[in-house]
Write a protein that binds this ligand. Sequence first.
Ligand SMILES: [Zn+2]
Ligand SMILES: [Zn+2]
Ligand SMILES: [Zn+2]
Ligand SMILES: [Zn+2]
Ligand SMILES: [Zn+2]
Length: 631
Amino acid sequence: MTAPYRRRVGAVRPSHLMFTSGVGALIDLPNFSVLVRGLDDWNYGGVPDWEPIAEPRLLAAVRALAGRGVTQLRPPPWVEGVDRDPAGPPARVGVPVMPFPAWLRCTACNELAPIDSQAFGFDNDKPRRPHDARFFHENCPRKKKGRKPLAVAARFLLACTAGHLDDFPYVPFVHRGGPCPKATFPRLRMDDRGGNLGANVEIQCLNCGARRNIREVFGRRSADKLPQCRGRHPHLGTFEPGGCTSDTTRVLVLGASNQWFAQTLSALAVPRTGASQLQTLVEQHWGALEGMPNAESLPYARGAVPALRGFQRWSDAEIWAAIQHHRTAPEHHDGDGYPDLRTPEWEIFSAGQLPDPTPDFALRRDPAGVPSQLKAFFADVIQAERLREVRALIGFTRLDAPDPDDPDLVTRVALSRSTPTWVPASEVHGEGIFLRVPEELLTAWQARVEPSAVLRAHREAYARFRQDRYSDRIDGPFDPMRLWPGARYIALHTLSHLLIRAISLECGYNCASLSERIYAGSTDDPHAGILISTAVPDAEGTLGGLVTMAEPEHLVRLTRRALVDARRCSSDPLCAERIPRDPDTSLHGAACHVCLFVSETTCERGNRFLDRRLVVPIGDDPSLALFPDLP
Ligand SMILES: [Zn+2]
Ligand SMILES: [Zn+2]
Ligand SMILES: [Zn+2]
Ligand SMILES: [Zn+2]
Ligand SMILES: [Zn+2]
């Protein structure tokens, strides 16, 4: 990371730029805090041989959401060698950041002033120790011998649900909206009064003596005491023209987890086969095919147009159908949810014939089939020996996390001032286990479970949750059940968490290094798979450890352990009896931190849509369990 001083101020892992500290996010450094600047300020000039990340399927999905101007997925700017030569050229390459918030407090005398007020100086003269970079109070009255006292970020900010972020307006705040009667640039102090009643911090004007406690404007109900949001996007250096109309301004404390939520898309690099291979060819040669008037002109075109030589494998009728498909299915996005990146992956995993291995994708199916003890549980077990997952950042939100299904529900903040031509991306090479649950089993189970009171409670909780959070954001009719993931999803998702927890106990992996992809499909096109894979980018893989877990003797033990553990939780009976009930808007049944939750980076749905009773028999209705018995 580089600050405006063109010096490194710290280091974060490339993957963190996707998940926890990408464009627009605040990063806490040891002595101050910085904000990652927008893409307009990223510079690849000093990176000699970077290459865009190739993943056409993901790129198409990114274009559907972030705009057709996007033509590249880029790794963050990074050059090898900073550690060997900390003052050399590599140190000048990095993700640009700026100090933010722009108000500092002296740790000795509590003076509170903006960075540009000249009250403070900046030290960053030890290239080998970027973490020593610090601001200090220049003429501190409390200065003792030795170094000038450290000045740290003043820890309050303003944010709104439209994604704006601003400095806290200390001067108007302490003067209750007006100017200081004694000075144009009054000197302020910030005193932490301590205690455990939340924020108890007093701002004092040293010129006129005015005092006011931050406590007064804390919490959701205090928006009316705060000034109207100025519509500021500090990462872009812009203010919304005409200001911000949101009345959701809130005080944020530095370090709060809701200051930034990544909005990302992720795809596995799956080889295109069969029909989709033809579709890919048609897309590639669209220039030659676009003007084709009808199927009858294809035989002639095949002979005359060299570009069409690659189409030998397909009949005229097949090619014509693919042309028509491309014509009627333009790249634009219908706005209803995220682009479907999962179906092509499911199609490959669930196909009878596995694709030929590529450097990015290699699957293996035990010729002996599913172990006999597990036939009632899994219809298929696949070892994914090589996987490559690419993740792209398309934007971010503040205060509310992006809706996992609807990209437009929570305001997405842009990554750049102009329409982006690229977005940051990261790739992970890993391995995984794919498990398919028998369709007959799921269908029969769904028929039992759909009419149950438990499932009704889940559906009602979903409607309440959406009503509470989103109903006021939608123009036109509001459908509270839109994109309801369904009973099948809850069962597969719960099973995934159980297996992840069992794997991490068995192999000593940290849960957070695993990730899940649930393939549940839709009512019209039901899928029934789970992929559990290693998920830590730029860390050493698990070197076959996870794939080994799919071998018969391990898998039987693992499944058994997962299902045994699922039958009790040390929070039972409280946990086992839990049903989402009005006015509760949480979206899980029998599930808690002790038995089912996993880390944020592991779970694709924020630990929602989980319920042990839908997988194993607990409580008074064992018929709800997908797996009533143990292997
Ligand atoms: Zn001071
Ligand atoms: Zn004053
Ligand atoms: Zn705003
Ligand atoms: Zn529990
Ligand atoms: Zn999950």
